[in-house]
Design a binder for this molecule. Structure first.
Ligand SMILES: C[S@@+](CC[C@H](N)C(=O)[O-])C[C@H]1O[C@@H](n2cnc3c(N)ncnc32)[C@H](O)[C@@H]1O
Length: 368
């Protein structure tokens, strides 16, 4: 299998509600964006003129992690402009579990939701990638996206010494830098076309912060180094082949503040020329909630059992995609179970310094 490949086929959050149940931290990340979203709405001119007001959550997974924040934002618009119909569009890749999105939003799960009690609200979904145009020109009032735009549209090549760009070196790393730059320009360019004049984007992205920290790579045990070490161990003991190890690369790029800001502050950049301006950018680190719990209860086995599913919810499809399709499905599933079991054992035996702290940029952007 070539490591240079389109990525959409092997990016997939675990479905059937697993994602939201296993990702407490992602919800905290989104809930903490609520103030920025409400402030952005307050800064917008939202006349009470009866025209539809369009919101979107791009890269929504099952919609459960953003449900409270989206509900607050929709209620805020309703209070400012009661006559306006509200449209709420959830977007993700075609293989996303959109059925779960609708079950959550329409109140058919245990998760509390805004939709059943709101009138004149229209909920939609789109399976179009955010690397493409999703909405007609000048129709989107407020776009939100969390923890998604680090997914690049294609792998620009192999990373032979690691499973993630944070561990890549030299020309292999440079290729990911360039892919990350080009995709970011494309994402922003598409949103620039879709936003109405005066519209806002609130983007919460995984990043490398001013101190070089990134997801699971703050202090203590580095999560991506651990993924790499345990996956390589399976190649070394013959469970998987070296070709499968090398074919396993997260299709992600973590931008730093400078890279996130560049298209929005350079007057010569096409994104700037399309009217997008940076209102606000900051980085935030949110502590791993599973490690915080462990610090309270002190039970390493409980920590390992609760923590590994959150890693698995977003990473499993990448390791699965690295395995040769010549192996029967059942064999691939067994290898994946063995891999995550080895991570669980590692956490149980060496719990100190483990955890997946979230490191994000929080950005507010407007269109002139
Ligand atoms: C880590 S999840 C984040 C989900 C949710 N926004 C949150 O913060 O909890 C990343 C989501 O982005 C989606 N995604 C990745 N690449 C995408 C693309 N090109 N277009 C749309 N969604 C994409 C994935 O399918 C996944 O559902």
């Amino acid at each position: 299998m070539s490591a240079k490949a389109e990525t959409a086929g092997d990016i997939r959050m675990k479905g059937a509600g697993y994602y939201s149940l296993a990702t407490t931290g992602a919800k905290i990340v989104i809930d903490r964006a609520a103030t920025l979203v409400l402030q952005a709405l307050d800064a917008m001119d939202i006349p009470d003129d009866g025209t539809p007001f369009a919101m979107a959550d791009m890269g929504c997974a099952d919609g459960g992690t953003s449900i409270d924040m989206i509900g607050r934002a929709l209620h805020h618009v309703r209070a400012k402009a009661p006559s306006r119909p509200l449209t709420m569009t959830y977007t993700d890749l075609p293989r996303n579990d959109f059925s779960q999105v609708f079950q959550i939003v329409h109140g058919q799960t245990d998760i509390a939701t805004y939709a059943p009690d709101m009138e004149n609200l229209y909920v939609f979904a789109s399976g179009t990638s955010f690397h493409q145009r999703i909405f007609p020109a000048n129709t989107l009032n407020l776009g939100f996206s969390a923890t998604a735009s680090h997914y690049i549209s294609e792998r620009p090549g192999p990373i032979t010494n690691h499973v993630h760009m944070v561990g890549a070196e030299g020309a292999e790393r440079d290729a990911y830098v360039e892919q990350g730059r080009a995709d970011w320009m494309r994402i922003l360019g598409n949103r620039a076309a879709e936003l109405v004049s005066g519209g806002r984007l609130i983007l919460v992205n995984f990043c490398r912060d001013e101190e070089g920290r990134y997801l699971g790579g703050t202090d203590g045990v580095d999560m991506f180094d651990t993924f790499d070490r345990l996956w390589r161990a399976l190649a070394e003991d013959g469970t998987i082949t070296m070709a499968e190890y090398e074919a396993t690369v997260f299709p992600q790029y973590y931008r730093d503040v400078e890279e996130c800001s560049a298209p929005l502050i350079d007057p010569n950049n096409p994104v700037y020329q399309a009217g997008l301006r940076l209102d606000h950018i900051e980085t935030r680190v949110i502590d791993c909630p599973y490690r915080l719990d462990y610090e309270e209860h002190g039970d390493a086995a409980k920590f390992a059992k609760e923590y590994i599913p959150t890693l698995r919810s977003w990473s499993e499809s990448v390791f699965f995609a690295g395995l040769s399709t010549d192996r029967p499905l059942e064999e691939r599933a067994k290898i994946i179970d063995r891999f995550y079991n080895s991570y669980e054992t590692f956490v149980r035996e060496c719990p100190e310094g483990q955890g997946m702290d979230y490191v994000h940029t929080y950005m507010v952007i407007h269109k002139e």
